[in-house]
Design a protein around this ligand. Structure first.
Ligand code: SF4
Ligand code: SF4
Length: 432
């Protein structure tokens, strides 16, 4: 009874804390401006199935794709095992699914063990890639102490959880063979039976090992669940809604501002009456609350994989810009805004902004708007949209475009062409 009560208290506490932190992230995302992503649900489900569930954008790097797939499938399927562990914890039972599932149970436990081994192997390979092979993609100015540690913590925790799971099964298997206590014959152990010889043969020692691993495994999972909202690993949850709400328009299509469109239409047609007459908002984005909720959701979804930065021509040619940093800065800033709200109330304003305090103008103007980052992102994140919105603010609110652009803007305004001469003269070059 004591163990059951303790387990229930830990479970309720973990679920409460997780819900509270997820609620804060949801609140932060909804601080963004509205964006309508309710169109074409069939296409949206398809995109989510292909990109998030099918991981189709991962295959460009086959080794990483296979390893990531093991971890991803392992995570999803091993949750069935976690469900059993939770029910056992609540009801004080042991392997509660073994009787109702019969022979299928043996198959499932065997399958979980193979998956656990694959997850273990993939995590070790990923740790080696980061810490021994020092892959260039995992370095950069934004990959400071915390992002580096975060990745290592995630992989280490998963290795420890898989080790606990397999060791628990190994001890359980030996106890089953000894006909000890309530350890009924249940499950097949294709992997953990190799760990068995490393364990003692004494039944009481085995029971202590089995119980310790059981507690470590389930408390570890609940602790890991509560680590997610503070980690890039939160993408395992947000990748699904994020891909569902993907931008379905062609990648280069710019979002027109209604207030500007109305002005232009009114100039072209004096009889034009705009549909809305409300105050126009800020042009572009200076801070995170000027971005849409989708931009903010993307910031929380970023896995920090660096695929975007690795294909960015600006980054490749030594410019300051890294699209991964754009997403990480956006997430850090919206988190800061959320903390300010928690501490000082929703009307509190600090004197910081995403522009200048997090993202410099040099970074913004280094972008070629090629969209390679958006194309490369495995979860359909669009760093370019944040860049163009911030540029829009700099140009339209501050008139601080680089000199070369100001010349071009002046030419367009005066000549109807980006060059110094009128567009009527554009074929003069062919006269001779
Ligand atoms: S759109 Fe900009 S940030 Fe993205 S890859 Fe191209 S240059 Fe880099
Ligand atoms: S924006 Fe996409 S590609 Fe870039 S680091 Fe984040 S998840 Fe990876």
């Amino acid at each position: 009874m004591i163990a059951q009560s303790l387990f229930i208290i830990i479970l309720i506490g973990a679920i409460y804390l997780f819900s509270k932190n997820v609620g804060k992230i949801r609140r932060n995302i909804l601080l963004g401006k509205p964006a309508d992503r309710s169109d074409n649900p069939a296409q949206r489900w398809k995109t989510m199935a292909l990109v998030a569930l099918g991981q189709t954008k991962m295959v460009k790097r086959p080794l990483a794709a296979v390893m990531h797939f093991f971890i991803y499938v392992g995570f999803i399927i091993i949750n069935l095992e976690v469900l059993e562990i939770m029910l056992d914890g609540i009801f004080g039972s042991h392997r509660i699914f073994s009787k109702p599932l019969g022979g299928l149970y043996d198959l499932l436990i065997g399958g979980f063990e193979i998956l656990a081994l694959l997850v273990f192997t993939a995590c070790v390979v990923f740790l080696c890639r980061r810490n021994i092979a020092h892959l260039k993609r995992f370095s950069g100015v934004e990959m400071t102490a915390w992002p580096k540690s975060d990745a290592n913590y995630i992989l280490t925790i998963e290795i420890l959880l898989m080790t606990a799971f397999l060791t628990m099964n190994a001890a359980d298997h030996k106890l089953q063979l000894l006909n000890f206590g309530h350890y009924i014959k249940a499950g097949s152990f294709p992997v953990s039976s190799f760990i068995g010889p490393l364990l003692p043969n004494n039944a009481h020692a085995l029971e202590i090992i089995e119980r310790s691993c059981w507690w470590f495994h389930i408390v570890g999972i609940l602790a890991f669940l509560n680590y997610l909202p503070y980690s890039k690993h939160f993408h395992i949850l947000l990748a699904f809604p994020n891909t569902y709400y993907s931008n379905l328009h062609p990648k280069g299509q710019f979002t027109n501002m209604a207030s500007v469109t109305n002005e232009v239409k009114a100039m072209l047609d004096p009889s034009f009456v705009p549909e809305t007459t409300g105050e126009p908002g800020r042009f572009g984005a200076k801070d995170v609350t000027d971005l849409t909720w989708k931009n903010l959701m993307e910031a929380y979804t970023c896995t920090e994989c660096g695929r975007c930065t690795s294909v960015c021509p600006a980054n490749q040619t030594g410019k300051l810009l890294s699209p991964r940093k754009i997403m990480m800065d956006t997430r850090d800033r919206i988190t800061e805004v959320g903390k300010n709200i928690d501490q000082h109330g929703k009307d509190y304003k600090d004197d910081k902004s995403l522009l200048d305090n997090y993202i410099s103008r040099e970074e913004l103007w280094a972008c070629t708007t090629c969209n390679a980052c958006t194309d490369a992102c495995p979860v359909n994140i669009n760093p370019l949209e944040i860049i163009t919105e911030m540029r829009r603010y700099v140009v339209m609110e501050e008139s601080q475009a680089p000199a070369s652009l100001n010349t071009m803007f002046g030419n367009v305004e005066n000549n109807g062409a980006p060059w110094k001469y009128s567009n009527a003269d554009r074929f003069n070059w062919a006269d001779e």
